[in-house]
Design a protein around this ligand. Structure first.
Ligand SMILES: Cc1cc2nc3c(=O)[nH]c(=O)nc-3n(C[C@H](O)[C@H](O)[C@H](O)COP(=O)(O)OP(=O)(O)OC[C@H]3O[C@@H](n4cnc5c(N)ncnc54)[C@H](O)[C@@H]3O)c2cc1C
Length: 482
């Protein structure tokens, strides 16, 4: 006799419960081996801990292993490999494509690992891989030092450094990865190694741009750069002046002294102080400046910049570097919907400006924006084959960002971003900064590395031949280009 649908459903439920309780037992046993904790769907904090920064990403891992130290990371790697489970690695959880989480597998979460040690004798900063930019630069600032990091202080240093790291100090001190001296990693076989110019130099080459493809970094050693106060902030102009501003900006940005950095933006003005009421909600164009040179030369530098028409609004001032790094944090809290696309640029032609005016003038939502981040100066004085990060000839890294709190607008911001990107892509160098990519396929990953791609494939074959670390901008071991 065939079982009734009710009896069948009951049996399935019992089987499911047995499986779930077995799985829970496995994770309880694992948790006894960790100094950190294991969060599963049965844990009260699961719904919070499974979330990443991009609210568009909604994945449900089997378990999140919240590591307290390198030994925990090693235990987690060995566990996942033995059980043949997919693994996502999380630092700050800011990756736009949601590569810090997964469905079904486990997340090795380093965010509890936030130790920072500043050595004022050697001017170096050792930071554990769960640090955010704020964790590092607040600690370093007390010693008059900084690591060149990005524009929002809640971003994780791990994903940022391993992909590149561009920001206010790029023209003066290079990319974040140019200031990396050493990293400690756990490899796919559980071995713990150091990568530096003298130890495993091939691996050191690969992790400076190759992302999380080769292993899990547990700590970074950075060169501390002398920075205390910066003169910085935004200048905004009416959108009607965008063409003129972009034409001026493309000429002056590459010839400014290294300590003067300005990223171009299309933006909507926030509806509150310190912005004047008549500008609230208006679409404008602007440049966010950061001057990190001697304060007594400030007047000269900014006199030159003020030769362009006076801005409609500006908020410039002397401030500690960590204050600049967190200036825009409040506008971009975790949980918003994000869709972004990028490309590297050598030039900004008149035809490209036409497209910028068309799409940049029509920002679909209040938080949406387009930025042109300078990556010349010190970053361009490193050879294209000296690190895995290849685009040393580019002048800007462009990112088009559709953002909104409301999931109902996800399609609208995605469509705007894709259309804007498609219009601009023909004017680019062909590839994007890996940290500004969504899930765009292998050809885009290849384009992100150009001539360095095959060398990365060789490294992948050496350090992770089974592609254990594959939830990333993946460089699979069998994808050499001819
Ligand atoms: C609001 C915002 C502002 C940003 N601004 C900038 C900017 O100014 N400049 C810039 O360069 N980038 C910027 N980014 C992009 C940023 O560099 C990437 O999103 C980066 O992936 C974030 O790193 P994370 O550790 O927070 O990411 P996660 O989501 O935690 O991790 C991303 C990926 O990095 C890898 N990874 C993470 N930790 C490790 C580890 N310990 N070992 C090995 N692999 C690891 C994994 O492959 C993982 O999938 C910004 C992003 C956001 C959301």
């Amino acid at each position: 006799m065939r079982p009734s649908p009710e009896a069948f459903a009951q049996t399935a439920q019992v089987q499911n419960e047995i499986l779930t309780s077995k799985r829970e037992q496995v994770y309880t046993n694992l948790s006894a081996k960790l100094r950190g904790s294991v969060v599963t769907p049965a844990s009260a904090e699961y719904e919070v801990v499974r979330r990443v920064y991009n609210g568009m990403i909604d994945r449900r891992p089997d378990a999140i292993l919240r590591c307290a130290d390198a030994a925990d990371v090693r235990t987690a790697v060995n566990f996942a490999r033995d059980k043949n489970l997919p693994v996502a690695v999380r630092g700050g959880g800011h990756n736009g494509a949601g590569l810090g989480t997964c469905d079904g597998g486990i997340v090795i979460d380093l965010s509890p690992m936030k130790g920072v040690l500043v050595d004022p004798v050697t001017n170096t900063i050792r930071a554990e891989a769960g640090c955010t930019q704020a964790d590092v630069n607040y600690a370093a600032h007390d010693f008059g030092l900084a690591v060149p990091l990005g524009a929002i202080s809640t971003t994780g240093i791990a994903g940022l450094t391993l992909g590149g790291g561009t920001g206010y100090l790029t023209r003066k001190y290079g990319l974040t990865l140019d200031n990396l001296l050493e990293a400690n990693l756990v490899l796919a076989d559980g071995e713990c190694v150091t990568a530096s110019a003298s130890e495993n130099p091939d691996l050191f080459w690969g992790i400076r741009g190759g992302g999380g493809n080769f292993g899990i970094v547990t700590s970074f050693l950075f060169r501390g750069c002398p920075v205390r106060q910066v003169y910085a902030g935004p200048m905004l102009w009416k959108i009607e002046h965008a063409r003129e501003l972009l034409q001026w900006y493309r000429e002056i940005s590459p010839v400014l002294p290294d300590e003067l950095y300005g990223f171009f933006a299309f933006l909507k003005v926030p509806p509150g102080p310190p912005f004047p009421e008549e500008l609230h909600g208006k679409t404008m164009c602007g440049i966010v400046w950061a001057y990190s040179g001697p304060v007594d030369e400030l007047g000269n530098e900014f006199r030159f910049l003020r030769e362009f028409r006076p801005p409609k609004f500006e908020l410039m001032g002397l401030m500690p570097y960590p204050a600049l790094q967190s200036m825009f944090d409040a506008m971009y809290p975790p949980g918003l919907q994000w869709y972004w696309r990028g490309d590297f640029l050598l030039q900004i032609t008149d035809a490209a400006i036409d497209e910028h005016l068309k799409y940049g003038g029509q920002l679909p939502t209040f938080h949406s924006t387009m930025h042109l981040y300078p990556i010349d100066g010190a970053a361009s004085r490193v050879g294209a084959d000296e690190t895995a990060f290849n685009y040393r000839d580019a002048k800007w890294s462009m990112v088009i960002v559709g953002v909104d709190p409301d999931p109902a607008n996800a399609e609208k911001i995605t469509t705007w971003t894709k259309e804007y990107w498609e219009a601009l892509h023909p004017y680019s160098l062909g590839g994007a900064y890996v940290n500004f990519m969504m899930d765009e396929g292998i050809d885009r990953v290849r384009a992100a590395y150009r001539d360095n791609y095959n060398r990365l494939v060789e490294l992948k074959r050496k350090f992770d031949p089974n592609n254990f670390f594959r939830i990333n901008q993946n460089i699979a071991p069998n994808t050499r280009c001819n």
